[in-house]
Design a binder for this molecule. Structure first.
Ligand code: DAH
Length: 369
């Protein structure tokens, strides 16, 4: 029966030409399915005489085996080709650098704050905090700002509307009110401390947000200060100078800092001073500890006797010094940021440039890690 070999040639040709697994399966069903051409031929065997079957059996079964083998071979080839195509299109190149991942950065103010805390903590200072919304007493009066004195206006104060008691609170204009809160607490605890043989010193630093209605390259309506306060018996300006010199040397990572104290006026200190450090501004950056220029870095002084009295402390027994840093300003100096306003503009590109890795130890020589 030549039609069997014709059918086989025909099927084998189509199987070999099947373009994909779907087309191949269609041919398989057409030939080997229940009512497929090959299956129908197999069924004819039952109706044949034994002699016919002897001749036709091997031919038809041979056809079936050949077609099944051709399908299996084509299937294997198509599967391999499919896998090869997939591998080629989805190839992973392990030598490629990973795609950039956006990571959060530590804001320079927070980095500088950590660095400042690390140095002062090493010198035995504790952290204190106070409210951002202050009353007039703590922000001004107790700090020896006379009532109606223009100094209250000097701070470009943000005043809040009158409350039900007719009092106008302020957004604190500096961190100095926390001096008052700290000394008041000291005064409350003093009798018990003295009874316990645990006298002061108080050594606190007070980092926090401060507010003034002001905006230019070196002023923003919100900025950060760090107050320092030391209260003890027999404290003098030498202690103040040593402390600030130590701080500046460690913060700017240079042992050769030269400082000078210029007389100044703050209502809450007497004497008052501004401390300048020697610097070089001849290049683009400011270099601390060298050059012919001076740069103001901190306001400071001995706590005014009136302030001590306002907190219930006897100025004949207790003295202290205080200082107030601009944290953002110090950061601008150390890390070369030209405009204070950029620090709070929330521009992610700026943060990516000037920000710090969260896993970086503070840049100080304290050995803190
Ligand atoms: N409170 C001052 C200001 O904001 C800064 C200051 C100066 C704080 C001298 C002090 C100090 O503790 O002793 O301008």
């Amino acid at each position: 029966m030549t039609d069997i070999s014709q059918l086989q040639t025909d099927l084998e040709g189509r199987i070999a030409a099947a373009a994909d697994l779907g087309a191949l399966e269609a041919i398989r069903v057409e030939a080997l399915g229940k009512t497929g051409t090959v299956s129908e031929l197999l069924k004819t065997l039952g109706r044949m005489t034994p002699d016919e079957r002897k001749v036709e059996g091997p031919r038809i079964n041979g056809l079936r085996d050949a077609v099944a083998a051709a399908v299996a071979a084509r299937k294997g080839a198509l599967e391999t080709a499919e896998l090869d195509a997939k591998l080629a299109s989805e190839r992973v190149d392990l030598s490629l650098p990973p795609p950039p991942q956006r990571r959060g950065r530590v804001h320079p103010t927070m980095q500088v704050l950590d660095e400042m805390i690390a140095v002062f903590a090493d010198m035995g200072f504790a952290l204190a905090e106070g409210p951002d919304i202050e009353d007039d007493f703590h922000n001004f009066t107790a700090l020896n700002f006379p009532p109606k004195h223009p100094a209250r206006e000097m701070h470009d104060t943000f005043w809040l509307p009158e409350d039900e008691k007719g009092e106008r609170k302020v957004l604190r204009t500096h961190t100095s009110p926390v001096q008052i809160r700290t000394m008041q607490r000291l005064n409350e605890k003093l009798p018990a401390w003295i009874a316990n043989g645990q006298e002061p010193p108080i050594r606190v630093i007070v980092p926090g947000r401060t507010y003034r209605s002001d905006s230019d390259a070196t002023h923003t309506p919100m900025f950060h200060q760090m107050e320092g306060l030391v209260i003890d018996r027999a404290i003098h300006m030498g202690h103040l100078k040593w402390t600030l010199d130590q701080f500046i040397a460690r913060f700017f990572e240079t042992p050769a800092v030269e400082s000078r104290f210029r007389p100044h006026h703050f209502p809450f200190t007497e004497p008052s001073a501004e401390m300048d450090v020697r610097c070089d501004r001849s290049g683009g950056d400011v270099k601390i500890g060298q050059g012919d220029d001076w740069m103001e870095v901190v306001g400071c002084g001995m706590v005014h006797p009136n302030v001590l009295r306002n907190c219930g402390l006897d100025p004949d027994v207790w003295q202290g010094f205080a200082f107030g840093f601009g944290i953002d300003r110090l950061g601008m100096l150390k890390y070369g940021m030209p405009d204070l306003r950029d620090m709070f503009a929330s521009d992610v590109r700026w943060l990516e440039h000037y920000g710090f890795s969260a896993f970086q130890a503070p840049n100080t020589s304290t050995g803190l890690s």
